[in-house]
Design a binder for this molecule. Structure first.
Ligand SMILES: NC(=O)c1ccc[n+]([C@@H]2O[C@H](COP(=O)([O-])OP(=O)(O)OC[C@H]3O[C@@H](n4cnc5c(N)ncnc54)[C@H](OP(=O)(O)O)[C@@H]3O)[C@@H](O)[C@H]2O)c1
Length: 338
C-alpha cells in the first residue's frame, strides 16, 4: 500500500471546502486522517467523511500538528495569517486563495499544464484563480499546436464564485422577488437577480479589476509565457454555479475550426460539446457537477487571419478550485514530494 496522508481542509465548511471533501472521497485520495477546520461560527458542527461524522475544529495556531497536507480555502488573509504555523508544522499547503500565487518561489499549478512545477515548491503550492484554470485547460493544447499570440476573454461568472454567501444572496433575491418583497444587497455591489455586474474584486486606477489582472498575470506564469498578450473583462451573472467564458484566440499558425475541435477532443480535462445542428453547446446549468472544462461554438474568426472564437464553461467549484487542488495533491503523492 502507498503512503497515506493526514489532510486538513482549512475552510472546510465553505463553498469550495465542502467540494474538496467530496473530491477527496470520490478520487480515493490516500487520506489517513482528515481534519475539518473552520471559524468559531462552525463550532460544534460536524461534517461527514467516508461514512463517519467528524467534528469541525476551530482554526488555531496549533491546528496543523501531525498534518502532512493542508488544502487551504478560507480566504487570502487567513492563508497569510496561518502559513507560518503550517510551515512550522512541516506540512505542505496547497492554497486556493490569491495570497501567494504570484510569489516567485511559489509554483502556480494546473496539473494538465505544468505539473512539473510542483517539484519547485518550498512548502507552498498555489491553486490558480478559477476563471484562469477554466480558460487555460483548453488553451494549452492550442498553444502547443499553433503558438497563441493573443487572447481576448470575457467571463460570465456564477454567484458561487463569491462563496457560499454569494450563492445564498441570489437564492434569497429569487425568493424575495417572488414574494414581492424588497431585495437585499450585501455580497455584490448591486442586485444580481435580473442583472449582470461588470465588476469582480476591486478596481485598479487603470480601469481593470483585480479579477481581470489575475487572469492576465496568472496565465502568463502558468504557461511560462511572461509576454503573453491577453486581456480580460470579468462579469458576474445570475447563475448559481459554473463560470462561462467567451474567448477569442489568435495563433501564429493558422488553425481551422475542425483542427481546433480535433485537438481539444484529445486534450486532457476537456470535453468538446459542439454540434450546432443539434443545439449542443456547453451551458453552466448542465456543466455544474462535472470535472471537465467544456468547449463549444468553435468557429474561425472571419475578422482576423488566424483566430478562433470559442465558448468555454467549467464548474468553478470543482475544476476551478477543489478538483484542481486535489489533483495537485495527487501529483505531490505520485511524485513523492511529501
Ligand atoms: N467560490 C469559488 O468559486 C472559488 C474558486 C476559486 C477559489 N476560491 C477561493 O477559495 C477561498 C474560499 O472560497 P469559498 O468560496 O469557499 O468561500 P466561503 O464559501 O465564504 O467559505 C469560507 C470558508 O472559510 C472559513 N473561514 C472564514 N473566516 C475564517 C476564520 N477567521 N477562521 C477560520 N475559518 C474561516 C469559513 O468558515 P465558517 O463556515 O465557519 O465561516 C468557510 O469554511 C477564497 O480564497 C476564494 O477566493 C473560491
Amino acid at each position: 500500500m502507498g503512503k497515506e496522508y493526514n489532510v486538513a481542509i482549512m475552510g472546510a465548511t465553505g463553498a469550495v471546502g465542502e467540494i474538496m471533501r467530496d473530491i477527496l472521497e470520490e478520487r480515493k485520495f490516500p487520506v489517513k486522517d482528515i481534519k475539518f477546520l473552520a471559524s468559531a461560527r462552525s463550532k460544534g458542527k460536524k461534517m461527514s467523511f467516508q461514512g463517519r461524522e467528524v467534528d469541525i475544529e476551530v482554526l488555531g495556531e496549533d491546528s496543523f500538528k501531525g498534518v502532512d497536507i493542508v488544502l487551504a480555502s478560507a480566504g487570502a488573509s487567513i492563508s497569510k495569517d496561518y502559513v507560518k504555523h503550517i510551515l512550522d508544522a512541516k506540512a505542505l499547503i496547497i492554497d486556493n486563495s490569491s495570497a501567494f500565487r504570484m510569489d516567485d518561489d511559489v509554483p502556480l499549478v494546473i496539473p494538465e499544464i505544468n505539473p512539473e512545477d510542483c517539484g519547485l515548491n518550498k512548502g507552498i503550492i498555489a491553486n490558480p484563480n478559477c476563471s484562469t484554470i477554466i480558460l487555460l485547460v483548453p488553451l494549452k493544447p492550442i498553444h502547443d499546436a499553433a503558438k497563441i499570440t493573443r487572447v481576448v476573454v470575457s467571463t460570465y461568472q456564477a454567484t458561487s464564485g463569491a462563496g457560499a454567501k454569494g450563492m445564498a444572496e441570489l437564492e434569497q433575491q429569487i425568493r424575495d422577488y417572488a414574494a414581492g418583497s424588497a431585495l437585499k444587497v450585501d455580497k455584490f455591489a448591486y442586485q444580481i437577480l435580473h442583472n449582470l455586474i461588470p465588476h469582480i474584486d476591486v478596481f485598479f486606477e487603470d480601469g481593470y479589476t483585480k479579477e481581470e489582472m489575475k487572469m492576465v498575470n496568472e496565465s502568463r506564469k502558468i504557461m511560462h509565457e511572461p509576454g503573453m498578450r491577453i486581456t480580460a473583462t470579468t462579469v458576474r451573472v445570475p447563475c448559481l454555479r459554473s463560470h462561462s467564458e467567451s474567448v477569442n484566440v489568435e495563433t501564429e499558425k493558422k488553425l481551422t475550426a475542425k483542427e481546433v475541435r480535433d485537438l481539444l477532443e484529445k486534450a486532457p480535462g476537456v470535453t468538446v460539446e459542439d454540434d450546432i445542428h443539434n443545439k449542443k453547446y456547453p451551458m453552466p446549468f448542465y456543466v455544474s457537477g462535472k470535472d471537465d472544462v467544456y468547449v463549444g461554438r468553435i468557429r474561425e474568426d472571419f475578422s482576423a487571419d488566424k483566430a478562433i472564437n470559442m465558448w468555454i464553461v467549467g464548474d468553478q467549484l470543482r475544476k476551478g478550485a477543489a478538483l484542481n487542488a486535489v489533483q495537485i495533491a495527487e501529483v505531490v503523492a505520485r511524485e513523492g514530494l511529501k
